[in-house]
Structures are given as structure tokens and as C-alpha cells.
Design a protein around this ligand. Structure first.
Ligand code: CA
Length: 708
């Protein structure tokens, strides 16, 4: 019995005590409604309740007066209550009603597998009946790869299909995510075809669990929200389903989406927001066990590190179990391949380690990362370490967004006018060098650093560049964008970018103003603008990203997994001019690596740079506007590097005898426009140069201050 020794019931003052946790931590796997054809067994954890009943309903519509039955629950083990109902209850809706301190509250099941409209009534479900054909054989297409092999693309479900130019039928729906053969008005591929062609490995979906801020009962009206306001953690969001009223539809359509993405070779990551809920008071868990889920001080003050008014008390045993159960459920029932933890700095390391351990038992291929910012939060127990960047060593295998790289690349997100390395900012070379090596300062291992220049938060990369470098031409701004992408995609760590960055995404109001926080902006601001791909500037940028991704995926030396390897294989080239960094990478003997040597340069100066190359013949793969896995040219001696651009050269033992450029990947349009200038010069320069790594600007550039 979950009672104190004196026979008194526990109260909220006991929630974080050892005595309470010892008596009331239920370890079983059967919380929720456990369906079988013969009967359904309900179990709910409500240790402070004096009585609990199950209400069965005909429909999932909260206002409908269609209760079928009330079943009193019996006291079970460790603070749980159980009830059993004979017969096939698949499709029957239910709630729990708990009486605590003389107050009776009706709530959805925190362990609901699905719900009716707007997530107020849970539904008993035969989960197997929601599986799409072939589900048993469905696998993570990137299982067995290292975390650093991933290329992550962050997308909101609505944004892919909300623009009329998408040509997608299921606008804003899970099903729209997997429509193939779609194109814009001029036949340019859109939707999942675009994503697949881009070559990313992991699609990170912004919240797809049931959130509160979109009214599922009026989907005929324009609504938009990112969804960082959880209502039911184990239920798919109803507005993404073609029918939010029937609980099985959202489940089957989300599974269908995941299967469809897997079939396209794309792994699926889910954005999970366990650090707070939409509304602490009405959240189901807190209705049944008042205040248990949230960090509330003895004086009744809600901890607010999240800025959402209620931080989750992850340090409590049944909250921790809830999060572990939830993540495990998504990975096993929905075949989700990775989890991005919102504000994970508010979650204790013990919980995160327990989550990873539980999931990895069956799914060692699942990846984990999150926002490890240090934030003040009022813990309910002393001595908990939080999952922050600084505590990275306590959560091996868990990666963190590198704001170090983001801010170095584009300037602080909190200052629109701040220049980053790519937009001409000064003194940022060393930060870029460290990030390139996967050593942002708070972790040592590339597998813990998520390298990015843009995500859904803050301005888009292109919008930030526009503000930070107003003196630059549009063409130069595009080059800055592409340079940021090259640095992210060639650095040690896990590359990540916001959907649409590869087509110069901009979030603008109708009056042209930049939207910094588009969490509830209309589709017109948020949707991916597919018609832009009718312009060469956007198509060229897409091709560049595609080429960078293909190049990264072709070279294991760019995807090392430990700092020892990084130290022994990568060297910073010293004495580069200001606004320029360069590296030499040694790929020899690395499994799957065709390159003996790579030479990588990022040049953010506003003038072209004439670079003297290390000895020997080099194959050019990335230069100017072009990137890919085809050799663009062979050079030795010198090469001209355009302003705001990346240069990547390779020496391959088995390919050095080859002559001339490979034709297949070279875009004829670009070949005409830029090749004669730089290539001719490079080839004519010859191999006479004696000094390794010496680089001189065509215009004399200021030398960098000493970095000791
Ligand atoms: Ca919802």
C-alpha cells in the first residue's frame, strides 16, 4: 500500500521524499489502457487519491454527453489503481476521475495511446491494427552508422506542404510528408522528393506529439503553431491527421508517414518537449496527482526556467519513469530513430541516462541530442546534475546544439547586426577552427557536438546575413550563406540545418519585415517557398548543399568519432590571413576513405585569395559555387579562392593519374561561367612553389593578430 506508516495518505509535501519514492514508485510496464480482444485492463498511478473511477465514452469529443459507464477502480500496487472491462473496447474513449483531498477531477490518461479531438478523452486502441503494410519489416535506414554520419534536417510538418507551390495534396498533414512526384508550377520537385534528392539522412520533425495551441475542431480556419506546448506526450498531434476525431487515424497516419520516410532512406527524429507542459494545472498528470509533474516550491511558486511557467520535476521517480516510458514507446511503437530534447538543460542527467539506456536496449541505433543551455530552475531535490553542455561528460552519447559554432558563424542570434565569420566578422577564426575540430570548448568529442547555423528559433540564416552584412550584394550574401553551410557540413560533429536553408529560406511578413520568432506566424511566413526554385539563384544553392552533403557522406575523415582521431588526423594550417582558416586532413588508412589528404579552406574575406597549395597535384571538389563528389579540376601550385567561399582539394592515391575534370557532376552552366578564370590560372601556376601552405592574398590583407 502506498501509505505512510501511520496509515496517513501521502500529500504533495512528500513527493520528492525518499519515503514516498520507496513506497510509491511503480515499476510496471502496464500503465494505461491495455487492450486485448477479450478485455481491457486499465492501470493509473494516483497515490494520493482516495478513489479513482474510469469513465467510458462513446466518442472522443469533450462536450458530448455520451458516457457509457463509470467503473470504480481498485487499489493496486505502489500507488496505482486498476480496473478491468470485459469485451473488445477498441475505439472506446475514456477518462479517469480521481478524488484527492475531497476534490474530484476528471482527466485524460497521462499514458493515453491516442485521444479524440483536442486530446481531452483517451481512446482504447488495438495498436497492431494501426500498423501500415510491411511495418514488421520496417527498419531505420541508417541503423549501424555513427552519429557523425548523420545529416539532420529540421522541419515542421505544415511547412513542407502549406505553400501552394508545393503541389502537395495533403496540405499540413502527416500524409503530405510522403507524397512523391510532387512539383512546383515549373516542374521542379518539391516535398519529400526534394528532401531525398538533397541527400540528408535524418529528418528531424518539430513537435508531432499532441500539443494544445492548435484547435483541432476548427482546422478549416488558418492556424499555425510550432507545438512546443505539450498536451498528451504519447499521442500524435490531431491537426496533422486527416481526421482528428477518431483516435486511430492520427496513429495510423503517423506510422504511415514514418514507414514512407524510411522507404525513402530517411530516418526520423522527433522533437520532444518534456521540460514543461502547455498548462500545468490542467495537465492530466497534475490533475490525477496534483502538482506532482511540475517543480513547485513549498510556497506554491512554479519554477520557470523554461519561460513557459512550469518546469517538469524530472528528478521525481514517476516523472522520470514517465519520460523513459514515453521515449521508449515512440522508439518501439512508432520506430522513431532519434530524439531532440527541447531545453534538456532543465532535465537531470539521471533521467537522460535512463532514457538512453532503456531505448538502446532494443534500439542501439537511436540518436539523442538537445538544447543544453544552463538555466536556473528550482529543483525539488538537492544535488541533481542537469543535462547541460558543461555536463556533457556525464551523458556520453548525448549531443548538444553548438551555439558556439552558430554564433561564430553568423553572429549572436540575439543581435541582428552582429557579424559572424561568414559575414565578415573579425577575430572569429580561432572559434571556427575549434568548432571545425569538434571542440567547441564544452565537449571534446565530435559525437557530442551538433553543428548548425540555423534552426527554427531566431532569424533564418539568410535573414541574419541580410541584417548583419547590408553592405554586401545579394550575390555576396548568398555566398556567405553557402560558406556557413560548407563549414557546418565539413566540420567534425553532427551537421544540422533548418529546412529551407538550402533554398535561402526567409521568413517575411507581407510588408517585407523579417520575422524573428515565427512560432505562431501564418503559413505565408513559415511555409517553404517552392516557387523560388524556379530561379537559378535558389536552384544553385540547393545544388551546392546537395554537393556538400554528398561529399561529406563520401569521406569518413570528415566524420570521425573521437577526439584522439581528430588530433592525429587534422591539422590547422598556421599563419593564414585574417578571415581565412584552413586545415589539412589525413585520410590514409581510414576504413572507407579514398582520400590520402584533404585540404580545406574557408575564406570569408571580401576579396579573392590566391592560395599557394601544398606540394603535388590536387583534385578540386569544392570551389566557388560548386560542390560535389565529382572532380572539378586538377590543380597544383596555386588556386584562386573567390570571396566568401570554401575550397576543398583532395589527393587520392588511386586517382592521381587521372587527367582533367570528371564530367558527370559538373553543371554545364557553371562550368561556362567560372571555370576559365580560376582553373586556367591554377594550372598555369605550375608546381614550382617551394613553400608549403604559404598563402598570399591578391590584395594584401591584414594579417591576423597573434592567437597565443
Ligand atoms: Ca492537439
Amino acid at each position: 500500500m502506498c501509505e505512510k506508516r501511520e496509515g496517513r495518505l501521502f500529500g504533495r509535501e512528500d513527493y520528492s521524499s525518499e519515503e514516498f519514492e520507496k513506497a510509491c514508485t511503480y515499476p510496471g510496464e502496464d500503465l494505461g489502457a491495455n487492450w486485448s480482444r477479450e478485455k481491457t485492463v486499465f492501470r493509473v498511478w494516483a497515490p494520493t487519491a482516495s478513489g479513482v473511477t474510469v469513465n467510458l465514452y462513446q466518442s472522443g469529443t469533450p462536450e458530448a454527453e455520451d458516457r457509457l459507464e463509470q467503473i470504480p477502480m481498485e487499489k493496486g500496487e505502489m500507488g496505482t489503481w486498476t480496473a478491468e472491462k470485459a469485451g473488445d473496447l477498441n475505439g472506446v474513449y475514456y477518462t479517469y476521475q480521481a478524488e484527492v483531498d475531497g476534490v474530484s477531477r476528471e482527466a485524460c490518461d497521462p499514458y493515453a495511446r491516442t485521444t479524440g479531438v483536442n486530446g481531452r478523452r483517451a481512446m482504447v486502441i488495438d495498436l497492431e491494427s494501426t500498423n501500415p503494410p510491411g511495418w514488421d519489416g520496417d527498419r531505420n535506414p541508417h541503423a549501424g552508422e555513427n552519429f557523425t554520419d548523420a545529416v539532420i534536417y529540421e522541419l515542421h510538418v505544415r511547412d513542407l506542404s502549406s505553400d501552394p507551390g508545393s503541389g502537395i495534396h495533403h496540405t499540413g498533414k502527416f500524409l503530405g510528408m510522403i507524397e512523391t512526384g510532387t512539383c512546383n508550377s515549373q516542374g521542379v520537385p518539391t516535398g519529400v522528393d526534394h528532401i531525398r534528392e538533397l541527400g540528408i539522412t535524418h529528418l528531424h520533425l518539430m513537435p508531432c506529439y499532441d500539443y494544445a495551441s492548435v484547435d483541432e475542431a476548427r482546422l478549416d480556419q488558418p492556424q499555425f503553431n510550432w507545438g512546443y506546448d505539450p498536451l498528451n506526450f504519447n499521442v500524435p498531434e490531431g491537426s496533422y491527421a486527416t481526421d482528428p476525431y477518431h483516435g486511430e487515424v492520427r496513429v495510423s497516419e503517423m506510422k504511415k508517414m514514418i514507414k514512407g520516410l524510411h522507404d525513402q532512406g530517411i530516418s526520423v527524429i522527433m522533437d520532444v518537449v518534456y521540460n514543461h507542459v502547455y498548462d500545468s494545472g490542467s495537465f492530466s498528470f497534475n490533475q490525477l496527482v496534483p502538482g506532482y509533474f511540475s517543480r513547485i516550491s513549498p510556497q506554491g511558486v512554479y519554477s520557470n526556467g523554461s519561460g513557459c511557467g512550469n518546469d517538469t520535476a524530472t528528478e521525481r521517480s514517476m516523472v522520470r519513469k514517465y519520460i523513459v516510458d514515453s521515449v521508449k514507446y515512440w522508439s518501439e511503437e512508432y520506430h522513431i530513430d532519434g530524439f531532440r530534447f527541447d531545453l534538456v538543460g532543465l532535465i537531470d542527467v539521471e533521467t537522460i541516462c535512463a532514457v538512453m539506456q532503456a531505448v538502446h536496449q532494443k534500439r542501439p541505433d537511436v540518436v539523442f541530442y538537445g538544447e543544453g543551455w544552463s538555466m536556473w530552475t528550482e529543483l525539488t531535490k538537492p544535488g541533481c546534475a542537469m543535462t547541460t553542455q558543461q555536463n556533457a561528460s556525464l551523458v556520453p552519447g548525448f549531443a548538444f546544439f553548438s551555439d558556439t559554432m552558430r554564433n561564430a558563424l553568423r553572429g549572436s542570434v540575439f543581435d541582428g547586426n552582429a557579424k559572424g565569420f561568414v559575414s565578415g566578422g573579425s577575430g572569429l577564426e580561432e572559434a571556427i577552427e575549434r568548432c571545425f575540430m569538434g571542440r567547441p570548448g564544452w565537449c571534446d568529442s565530435p559525437v557530442q557536438s551538433v553543428n548548425y547555423a540555423s534552426c527554427h528559433d531566431n532569424r533564418t540564416l539568410m535573414d541574419q546575413i541580410t541584417l548583419a552584412a547590408p553592405e554586401a550584394s545579394r550575390e555576396e550574401q548568398v555566398h556567405m550563406n553557402n560558406l556557413a553551410a560548407a563549414i557546418c557540413l565539413l566540420s567534425q560533429g553532427i551537421p544540422f540545418f533548418q529546412a529551407g536553408e538550402e533554398m535561402l529560406r526567409s521568413k517575411r511578413r507581407p510588408d517585407g519585415g523579417i520575422v524573428e520568432n515565427s512560432y505562431n506566424s501564418p503559413d505565408g511566413v513559415n511555409g517553404l517557398k517552392w516557387e523560388n526554385l524556379n530561379q537559378e539563384e535558389y536552384r544553385k544553392t540547393f545544388r551546392y548543399y546537395k554537393g556538400l552533403i554528398a561529399f561529406r557522406r563520401a569521406h569518413p575523415v570528415l566524420r570521425l568519432t573521437d577526439s584522439g582521431q581528430v588530433g592525429s588526423r587534422i591539422q590547422v594550417v598556421p599563419d593564414m590571413p585574417a578571415h581565412t582558416v584552413a586545415f589539412q586532413l589525413d585520410g590514409s588508412g581510414l576504413e572507407g576513405e579514398s582520400a590520402e589528404k584533404l585540404y580545406v579552406m574557408f575564406h570569408a574575406g571580401d576579396q579573392a585569395l590566391e592560395a599557394a597549395l601544398p606540394q603535388g597535384m590536387w583534385h578540386v571538389y569544392i570551389h566557388g559555387d560548386t560542390a560535389g563528389t565529382g572532380v572539378l579540376a586538377c590543380v597544383q601550385g596555386r588556386v584562386t579562392v573567390p570571396p566568401f567561399s570554401a575550397l576543398v582539394l583532395v589527393q587520392e592515391a588511386d586517382r592521381l593519374g587521372e587527367e582533367g575534370p570528371k564530367e558527370e557532376k559538373m553543371d554545364p552552366q557553371q562550368e561556362k561561367s567560372h571555370r576559365p578564370g580560376w582553373l586556367g590560372g591554377a594550372l598555369l601556376a605550375g608546381a614550382a612553389l617551394g613553400t608549403f601552405w604559404a598563402v598570399r592574398g591578391r590584395k594584401r590583407q591584414k594579417s591576423r593578430p597573434s592567437r597565443d
